[in-house]
Write a protein that binds this ligand. Structure first.
Ligand SMILES: NCC(=O)N[C@@H](Cc1c[nH]cn1)C(=O)O
Ligand SMILES: [Zn+2]
Ligand SMILES: [Zn+2]
Length: 482
């Protein structure tokens, strides 16, 4: 029997299980597992326990919550524990291929007052969409793998592959500790893994599914400026002391211009030159500036043409300013001079940028710009975390299986895309396990990952479970399967 025929009862089961799937996602979203907020670290641990219970109830074997010790500096609490890596497996049949599925159970911060229309940690179904922090990034897809297992169990259909799960709780904060664990387990827990599948990015737009073969890397920095012994009254000290925030603004404003051009010497020079072959790839992609405007909820695009938008998202670096710790940020008009401020910015990296050289250029530039201010304040610039870029071959066996699965579920040939965001562990899996990695996204380009009112469409959540399941069946059946 062809794969397309044999998965029909499975697809029918997936449609039937919609209430259970939504309930599973609602339970996951209700746990505010924000990895960047030290005060919420117990919730990240609670999310790992939730996953453990779910995996147990689905019949997973060898479930392990791997302790990673304490979080390295910079961190406020030196005893802060890193959340565990959750490992589990379904099946260990040597006659079957083994697929490792990776996802993350931590989320970005979210507060109602940021502009959410409802409590970010309460899943709300409205107009065919499921709203809540993590719904698309990445609790929806992680639940998607569990849903796929449940559908197999309930339909009485054997999983076609051995499934190894690796779920982490620090992806949004640099995947601390995971590189080491993957290296350690390459010949142990992960022995025999044939391929890795990650569902942790999004379609480019809102209409067409995609398969993703590239990611940018991310190097995240902080600049600390401090001076006065305490926060001061600006009426008494304004104009008579050097203010840390003024120094910080001066340095941060020199990093990037308003057209997005990075101003740090040496950085743009590391970028791989554009080839004619690559230039042609952009023509085939289904995308336009309206899709970008829809996703950003604005009319603020720097580039109006598809090729420039895609190149600046996928193959050129970008520098973003994220925030200032210690600065007054509430409503009203507090007349304070902050004593210590910490500015945060990150650089999305691309082939052929060398992260260590990048650090060198960033540190040198920031120090020089601060020295030009001739300020007596103290200054420090440091790297918080980094993860490398990744580019793969989109025509290997795993991509072929995913293309067939997408065609079956969505009735369309997926676009082959790269992603502007980062998943730091992708390259590590490829190098340590010596396997291919496939990025098979579930959500749409307008899902609002990292933003307010994050959502996943119900259709993407359900059809996504079918796509993940069909992918496993096509991959198991080999490249000539139908
Ligand atoms: N869905 C992937 C994702 O959102 N990744 C984060 C990871 C990150 C955090 N700091 C550096 N990288 C991203 O911002 O791209
Ligand atoms: Zn993610
Ligand atoms: Zn994310």
């Amino acid at each position: 029997m062809s794969v397309s025929e044999s998965v029909k009862p499975l697809f029918a089961q997936i449609d039937k299980l919609k209430p259970e799937y939504v309930n599973r996602l609602a339970q996951a979203v209700a746990i505010p597992s924000v990895s960047s907020d030290e005060s919420l670290r117990p919730q990240v641990f609670a999310m790992a326990d939730f996953l453990k219970k779910q995996l147990e109830s689905l019949g997973a074997e060898d479930i392990q919550l791997r302790d990673l010790g304490t979080q390295p500096p910079p961190v406020s609490d030196p005893k802060l524990q890193l959340p565990p890596i959750v490992l589990a497996r379904f099946g260990k049949n040597p006659a079957k291929k083994t697929v490792l599925v990776y996802g993350h159970y931590d989320v970005q911060p979210a507060l109602l007052e940021d502009g959410w229309n409802s409590d970010p940690f309460k899943l709300v179904e409205k107009d065919g969409k499921l709203y809540g922090r993590g719904s698309t990034d990445d609790k929806g897809p992680v639940m998607g793998w569990l849903n796929a297992v449940e559908a197999h169990n309930k339909a009485g259909i054997e999983l076609p592959v051995n499934l190894v799960c690796c779920f982490e709780g620090m992806e949004e904060s640099g995947s601390l500790g995971l590189d080491e664990l993957v290296a350690q387990e390459a010949d142990k827990y992960f022995k025999g893994v044939d391929t890795v599948c990650i569902s942790d990015n999004y379609w480019l737009g809102t209409k067409k599914p995609v398969l993703t073969y590239g990611l940018r890397g991310c190097s995240y920095y902080q600049i600390t400026v401090s001076g006065p012994g305490a926060d001061l009254h600006s009426g008494i000290f304004g104009g008579v002391i050097h203010e840390p925030m003024t120094d910080l603004f001066n340095v941060m404003s020199k990093l990037v211009d308003t057209q997005g051009n990075i101003q740090i010497p040496g950085v743009n020079e590391m970028v791989a030159p554009l080839t004619e072959k690559e230039e042609k790839l952009y023509e085939k992609i289904d995308f336009d500036v309206d899709e970008l405007n829809l996703a950003s909820g604005s009319n603020t695009a720097i580039y109006q043409d598809k090729k420039n938008i895609l190149m600046h998202r996928w193959r050129y670096p970008s520098l973003s300013l994220h925030g200032i710790e210690g600065a007054f940020s509430g409503g009203g008009a507090k007349t304070v001079i902050p004593a210590k401020v910490v500015g945060k910015f990150s650089i999305r990296t691309v082939p052929d940028m060398d992260p260590r050289k990048l650090d060198e250029y960033v540190f040198k530039f920031c120090k020089e710009k601060f020295a030009e201010l001739k300020s007596p304040n103290s200054f420090n610039v440091e790297l918080i975390h980094d993860g490398n870029y990744w580019v793969s071959d989109p025509f290997n066996e795993a991509f072929t299986a995913a293309r067939k699965a997408t065609q079956l579920v969505w009735n369309v040939d997926p676009d082959l895309t790269r992603e502007g965001g980062s998943i730091p562990i992708t390259l590590t899996f490829e190098e340590q396990l010596k396997t291919d990695v496939l990025l098979l996204p579930m959500g749409k380009g307008d899902d609002g990952a990292h933003s307010i009112n994050e959502k996943i469409d119900v259709a993407n959540y359900l059809e996504g479970v079918k796509t993940l399941s069909a992918y496993l069946h096509y991959y198991a059946a080999g490249k000539d399967s139908e």
